[in-house]
Design a protein around this ligand. Structure first.
Ligand SMILES: CC(C)(COP(=O)(O)OP(=O)(O)OC[C@H]1O[C@@H](n2cnc3c(N)ncnc32)[C@H](O)[C@@H]1OP(=O)(O)O)[C@@H](O)C(=O)NCCC(=O)NCCS
Length: 179
Protein backbone atom coordinates (compact mmCIF):
# COMPACT_ATOMS: atom_id res chain seq x y z
CA UNK A 1 0.00 0.00 0.00
CA UNK A 2 1.35 3.39 -1.01
CA UNK A 3 -0.31 6.78 -0.71
CA UNK A 4 -0.99 8.60 -3.99
CA UNK A 5 1.74 10.83 -5.42
CA UNK A 6 -0.75 13.68 -5.75
CA UNK A 7 -3.54 14.69 -3.37
CA UNK A 8 -5.74 17.67 -4.15
CA UNK A 9 -7.54 19.66 -1.47
CA UNK A 10 -9.60 22.83 -1.74
CA UNK A 11 -6.57 25.14 -1.85
CA UNK A 12 -3.56 22.81 -2.07
CA UNK A 13 -1.80 20.23 -4.17
CA UNK A 14 0.14 17.75 -2.05
CA UNK A 15 2.84 16.52 -4.38
CA UNK A 16 6.15 14.65 -4.39
CA UNK A 17 9.13 16.98 -3.81
CA UNK A 18 11.56 17.86 -6.58
CA UNK A 19 15.23 18.84 -6.18
CA UNK A 20 14.44 22.20 -7.79
CA UNK A 21 12.25 22.99 -4.77
CA UNK A 22 15.35 23.35 -2.58
CA UNK A 23 15.66 27.18 -2.69
CA UNK A 24 11.96 27.61 -1.85
CA UNK A 25 12.17 25.09 0.98
CA UNK A 26 15.27 26.78 2.38
CA UNK A 27 13.81 30.30 2.19
CA UNK A 28 10.30 29.28 3.15
CA UNK A 29 10.95 27.32 6.32
CA UNK A 30 14.13 25.26 6.66
CA UNK A 31 16.40 28.20 7.54
CA UNK A 32 14.11 29.76 10.17
CA UNK A 33 14.91 29.18 13.86
CA UNK A 34 11.29 29.88 14.89
CA UNK A 35 10.09 27.15 12.52
CA UNK A 36 12.50 24.52 13.80
CA UNK A 37 12.00 25.32 17.50
CA UNK A 38 10.05 22.10 18.18
CA UNK A 39 11.55 19.97 15.40
CA UNK A 40 14.22 17.29 15.59
CA UNK A 41 16.62 19.08 13.22
CA UNK A 42 18.67 22.27 13.31
CA UNK A 43 17.85 25.17 10.96
CA UNK A 44 19.53 24.73 7.60
CA UNK A 45 22.43 27.05 6.88
CA UNK A 46 22.62 26.41 3.11
CA UNK A 47 20.35 25.52 0.20
CA UNK A 48 22.48 22.39 -0.22
CA UNK A 49 21.14 21.07 3.09
CA UNK A 50 17.56 21.59 1.93
CA UNK A 51 18.42 19.84 -1.34
CA UNK A 52 19.77 16.88 0.64
CA UNK A 53 16.53 16.71 2.62
CA UNK A 54 14.58 16.70 -0.64
CA UNK A 55 16.85 14.03 -2.15
CA UNK A 56 16.16 11.75 0.83
CA UNK A 57 12.45 12.55 0.66
CA UNK A 58 12.31 11.67 -3.05
CA UNK A 59 14.25 8.43 -2.48
CA UNK A 60 11.93 7.47 0.36
CA UNK A 61 9.03 7.38 -2.09
CA UNK A 62 10.66 4.18 -3.48
CA UNK A 63 10.37 2.59 -0.06
CA UNK A 64 7.32 1.63 1.93
CA UNK A 65 7.37 3.77 5.05
CA UNK A 66 7.85 7.52 4.64
CA UNK A 67 6.01 9.65 2.13
CA UNK A 68 6.73 13.37 2.27
CA UNK A 69 4.62 15.82 0.30
CA UNK A 70 5.26 19.44 -0.50
CA UNK A 71 2.13 21.54 -0.14
CA UNK A 72 1.73 23.73 -3.21
CA UNK A 73 -0.82 26.54 -3.04
CA UNK A 74 -2.99 26.09 -6.12
CA UNK A 75 -3.46 29.83 -6.52
CA UNK A 76 0.03 31.07 -7.33
CA UNK A 77 2.16 27.96 -6.86
CA UNK A 78 3.95 29.02 -3.65
CA UNK A 79 4.81 26.36 -1.10
CA UNK A 80 2.84 26.31 2.16
CA UNK A 81 5.03 23.69 3.81
CA UNK A 82 5.59 19.95 3.89
CA UNK A 83 3.79 17.04 5.47
CA UNK A 84 4.98 13.45 5.79
CA UNK A 85 2.79 10.37 6.06
CA UNK A 86 4.42 7.43 7.82
CA UNK A 87 3.16 3.89 7.43
CA UNK A 88 3.94 2.13 10.67
CA UNK A 89 5.27 -1.43 11.04
CA UNK A 90 1.84 -2.47 12.26
CA UNK A 91 -0.20 -1.85 9.14
CA UNK A 92 -3.39 -0.78 10.92
CA UNK A 93 -1.94 2.56 11.95
CA UNK A 94 -0.21 5.54 10.36
CA UNK A 95 1.30 8.75 11.67
CA UNK A 96 2.30 12.08 10.23
CA UNK A 97 4.48 15.11 10.87
CA UNK A 98 4.69 18.55 9.25
CA UNK A 99 6.38 21.92 8.89
CA UNK A 100 4.70 25.06 7.62
CA UNK A 101 6.21 27.87 5.54
CA UNK A 102 6.78 30.83 7.87
CA UNK A 103 4.92 33.32 5.69
CA UNK A 104 1.87 31.04 5.46
CA UNK A 105 1.21 30.30 9.12
CA UNK A 106 -2.28 30.92 10.45
CA UNK A 107 -4.13 30.46 7.16
CA UNK A 108 -5.38 26.97 7.88
CA UNK A 109 -3.16 25.27 5.32
CA UNK A 110 -1.68 22.69 7.68
CA UNK A 111 -5.09 21.74 9.01
CA UNK A 112 -6.26 21.26 5.41
CA UNK A 113 -3.27 19.03 4.61
CA UNK A 114 -3.64 17.00 7.82
CA UNK A 115 -7.33 16.39 7.08
CA UNK A 116 -6.45 15.18 3.59
CA UNK A 117 -4.00 12.60 4.95
CA UNK A 118 -6.52 11.46 7.57
CA UNK A 119 -9.21 11.13 4.86
CA UNK A 120 -6.93 9.07 2.63
CA UNK A 121 -5.93 6.86 5.56
CA UNK A 122 -9.50 6.02 6.51
CA UNK A 123 -10.33 5.24 2.88
CA UNK A 124 -7.88 2.31 3.30
CA UNK A 125 -9.85 -0.58 4.77
CA UNK A 126 -6.99 -1.79 6.98
CA UNK A 127 -6.18 1.51 8.69
CA UNK A 128 -7.85 2.18 12.03
CA UNK A 129 -5.62 4.73 13.73
CA UNK A 130 -3.91 7.95 12.64
CA UNK A 131 -1.67 9.66 15.16
CA UNK A 132 0.77 12.53 15.61
CA UNK A 133 2.72 14.01 18.50
CA UNK A 134 3.47 17.61 19.41
CA UNK A 135 5.77 19.19 21.98
CA UNK A 136 3.81 20.32 25.06
CA UNK A 137 4.76 23.93 24.29
CA UNK A 138 3.89 23.76 20.58
CA UNK A 139 0.41 25.28 20.85
CA UNK A 140 -0.10 26.00 17.10
CA UNK A 141 0.67 22.37 16.27
CA UNK A 142 -1.71 21.13 18.95
CA UNK A 143 -4.40 23.40 17.45
CA UNK A 144 -3.80 21.91 13.99
CA UNK A 145 -4.29 18.40 15.34
CA UNK A 146 -7.42 19.36 17.26
CA UNK A 147 -8.90 21.18 14.26
CA UNK A 148 -8.20 18.08 12.15
CA UNK A 149 -10.47 16.14 14.50
CA UNK A 150 -7.86 14.36 16.59
CA UNK A 151 -8.07 13.84 20.33
CA UNK A 152 -5.33 14.36 22.87
CA UNK A 153 -4.80 10.91 24.38
CA UNK A 154 -2.02 11.53 26.81
CA UNK A 155 1.34 12.86 27.78
CA UNK A 156 4.47 11.13 26.48
CA UNK A 157 7.20 12.05 28.92
CA UNK A 158 10.72 12.62 27.56
CA UNK A 159 9.43 11.49 24.16
CA UNK A 160 11.45 13.50 21.63
CA UNK A 161 14.67 15.42 21.19
CA UNK A 162 14.00 18.99 20.06
CA UNK A 163 17.56 20.32 20.15
CA UNK A 164 16.57 23.89 19.27
CA UNK A 165 14.52 24.08 22.49
CA UNK A 166 16.54 22.07 24.95
CA UNK A 167 19.47 19.64 25.12
CA UNK A 168 17.24 17.18 27.02
CA UNK A 169 14.37 15.06 25.67
CA UNK A 170 11.03 16.85 25.71
CA UNK A 171 7.53 15.91 26.81
CA UNK A 172 5.01 15.60 23.98
CA UNK A 173 1.28 15.06 23.69
CA UNK A 174 -0.08 12.11 21.73
CA UNK A 175 -2.99 12.97 19.43
CA UNK A 176 -4.97 10.42 17.46
CA UNK A 177 -8.14 9.78 15.52
CA UNK A 178 -9.52 6.25 15.17
CA UNK A 179 -12.40 4.44 13.53
C1 LIG B 1 2.34 24.09 13.46
C2 LIG B 1 2.21 24.76 12.11
C3 LIG B 1 2.55 23.75 11.03
C4 LIG B 1 0.81 25.28 11.91
O1 LIG B 1 0.61 25.59 10.56
P1 LIG B 1 -0.56 26.59 10.10
O2 LIG B 1 -0.70 26.44 8.61
O3 LIG B 1 -0.29 27.93 10.67
O4 LIG B 1 -1.80 25.93 10.82
P2 LIG B 1 -3.28 26.45 10.85
O5 LIG B 1 -3.37 27.82 10.25
O6 LIG B 1 -4.12 25.38 10.28
O7 LIG B 1 -3.59 26.54 12.43
C5 LIG B 1 -2.69 27.13 13.35
C6 LIG B 1 -3.42 27.37 14.64
O8 LIG B 1 -2.48 27.75 15.65
C7 LIG B 1 -2.86 29.00 16.19
N1 LIG B 1 -1.69 29.74 16.59
C8 LIG B 1 -0.73 30.23 15.78
N2 LIG B 1 0.22 30.82 16.52
C9 LIG B 1 -0.13 30.67 17.81
C10 LIG B 1 0.44 31.06 19.03
N3 LIG B 1 1.61 31.71 19.06
N4 LIG B 1 -0.19 30.75 20.17
C11 LIG B 1 -1.36 30.10 20.13
N5 LIG B 1 -1.97 29.68 18.99
C12 LIG B 1 -1.35 29.98 17.84
C13 LIG B 1 -3.62 29.68 15.10
O9 LIG B 1 -4.42 30.70 15.64
C14 LIG B 1 -4.43 28.50 14.54
O10 LIG B 1 -5.50 28.13 15.38
P3 LIG B 1 -6.99 28.73 15.18
O11 LIG B 1 -7.44 28.34 13.81
O12 LIG B 1 -7.77 28.09 16.26
O13 LIG B 1 -6.89 30.21 15.32
C15 LIG B 1 3.20 25.94 11.98
O14 LIG B 1 3.00 26.77 13.08
C16 LIG B 1 4.63 25.51 11.91
O15 LIG B 1 5.16 25.28 10.85
N6 LIG B 1 5.32 25.42 13.06
C17 LIG B 1 6.72 25.07 13.09
C18 LIG B 1 6.96 23.60 12.73
C19 LIG B 1 6.26 22.70 13.70
O16 LIG B 1 6.26 22.98 14.88
N7 LIG B 1 5.70 21.59 13.20
C20 LIG B 1 4.95 20.63 13.99
C21 LIG B 1 5.80 19.72 14.76
S1 LIG B 1 4.80 18.65 15.77
Amino acid sequence: MKPPTLIETERLLLRVPRLEDAPAVFEGWARHPEVTRFLTWRPHTSVAQSEELLRKSIEAWNGDAKFRYLMEIKAGGELAGMIELRLEVEAFKVSFGYTGARAQWGKGYMTEAARALIDWSFQQPGIYRVYATADVENIPSQRVLEKAGMQREGLLRREAMHPNSSPEPRDCYMYAIVR
